[in-house]
Design a protein. Structure first.
Length: 97
């Protein structure tokens, strides 16, 4: 089972605040999800063909096209962001080096 500290760290990376009650709830829920993945890892798939029934697509690309934002200008959109720098949206870093 995940520790409380691990759940708080995941919440920090996801930028969500959790109360102590929520931390306990998500500790159980996230642990059950991870336990399910551990069960999947234990399956013996040695007799299965890899990629069975998977459609094969090649060169499925589209041409890049620039679409305008209609009557709303880029500047009007940027006026709604909390912080910007050099014409870009400025956000807090997720990982600290």
């Amino acid at each position: 089972m995940l520790t409380t500290e691990e759940v708080k760290h995941i919440a920090l990376l996801a930028r969500i605040g959790l109360s102590d009650t929520e931390t306990g709830k998500y500790r159980k829920e996230l642990s059950s999800v991870l336990d399910f993945f551990h069960e999947l890892e234990e399956l013996d798939l040695s007799g299965e063909r890899e990629g069975i029934d998977m459609p094969v697509k090649e060169n499925d690309t589209r041409e890049d096209r620039v679409h305008g934002s209609g009557p709303v200008s880029r500047e009007a959109i940027l006026q709604n962001v909390p912080s910007r720098k050099d014409g870009f949206v400025k956000v807090k870093s997720v990982f600290s080096l």
